[in-house]
Write a protein that binds this ligand. Structure first.
Ligand code: P6P
Length: 324
């Protein structure tokens, strides 16, 4: 049996990324091994269920939201290359006293509403350059997604997998029983075409007309304007839905809807849409707000800012734009 490369082997051979970025990625990857263990322990460790408090997203926090947030926060604060962090679960940024190095934004347990029913969840992270002449403030986190120096996610599913991009390319690592990250997916690439869409159909009556038109075209199947039948998937865990797109193509959508018209979308820009968009683009896909506007070009204005998301197979994202 061939010996698989480890994450350490891969990073050592990666010549185009800064060594300090690699140090941050290793710290996050090791924290996610710990997260994988506590998520997998479930009811045995008493970590399931609600924490009995509401977070800054105005969402009910799960116990595991807090446990996983603390694991990542503690690991990052102990890393000399990290100057500051921001989390979906924390209202404000936190600094480490370092100047220079990197900022990390993360969603420690994305899709946590699924964890009590044993459906895949994940961790999403983004690494940005820190200011070199002062301790970071919130404004220093508000960088367009193209400034990311690394991005990745870990999906806690039938396998625990880390999917990562540094300077170029997207690579998948599967966690071994011993907690080692082994390179199992070298140079992940998203197929340009697909017949599979992911959207929460229960919101259909609330969507804007172009989204309704696009999905209706898919639902009409081979006798409709698309001339082919489509399949639909919705895990309600962005990491799981995007991982499926990374592995077999597809389009993932969480568009604006009129339920809360002042909210541009449900997903958060800094620690969900931006890292996922960098990964998707580096794998040959497209990541937009509406089929046209690239998420990575957006200038963030708020730490917990939300955006609409249309990402995945490039030709299918173009179809959304063509339907608008
Ligand atoms: P809905 C999970 O709460 C999340 O932020 C994403 O992971 C997921 O794609 C989305 O919300 C699911 O939202 O409205 O379908 O429950």
């Amino acid at each position: 049996m061939t010996t698989l490369k480890t994450l350490a082997d891969h990073l050592a051979a990666e010549r185009t990324a800064d060594n300090a970025v690699k140090d941050v990625v290793v710290v996050i990857a090791q924290a996610c091994v710990q997260i994988s263990r506590v998520v997998a322990s479930g009811a045995i460790s008493g970590s399931l269920g609600a924490a009995g408090q509401i977070n800054v997203q105005d969402e009910e926090q799960k116990k595991l939201d807090i446990i996983t947030n603390d694991i990542l926060r503690d690991a990052l604060k102990a890393c000399p290359a990290v100057a500051g962090l921001a989390s979906e679960e924390l209202e404000a940024i936190e600094t480490t006293g370092q100047v220079g190095g990197f900022l990390v934004t993360f969603d420690p347990l994305d899709g946590s509403s699924n964890v009590d029913v044993n459906v895949s969840v994940g961790t999403i992270f983004s690494v940005l350059p820190a200011p070199t002449d002062h301790e970071p403030t919130e404004a220093d986190f508000l960088l367009p997604g193209r400034r990311q120096v690394a991005a990745g996610y870990v999906v806690y599913g039938p396998q625990t997998m880390l999917v990562l991009t540094l300077a170029k390319g997207v690579f998948g690592f599967t966690m071994s029983a011993e907690g080692e990250w082994l390179l199992t997916h070298d140079a992940v690439a998203i197929s340009a075409d697909t017949a599979e869409f992911a959207i929460n159909m229960s919101n259909q009556r609330h969507w804007a007309e172009p989204v309704r038109r696009y999905i209706d075209g898919c639902l009409q199947g081979k006798d409709g304007p698309r001339g082919k039948n489509f399949n639909m998937r919705w895990v309600a865990s962005m990491v799981a839905d995007v991982h499926r797109v990374m592995m077999r193509g597809g389009i993932f959508m969480y568009p604006w809807d009129q339920r809360e018209p002042d909210k541009p979308g449900k997903l958060r820009l800094l620690y969900e849409a931006n890292p996922m968009s960098l990964i998707v683009e580096r794998a040959g896909g497209k990541a937009t707000t509406d089929g046209k506007t690239a998420i990575l070009d957006l200038q963030p204005t708020k730490l917990h800012q939300r955006v609409p998301v249309v990402l995945g197979s490039a030709n299918e994202v173009d179809q959304v734009a063509a339907t608008a």
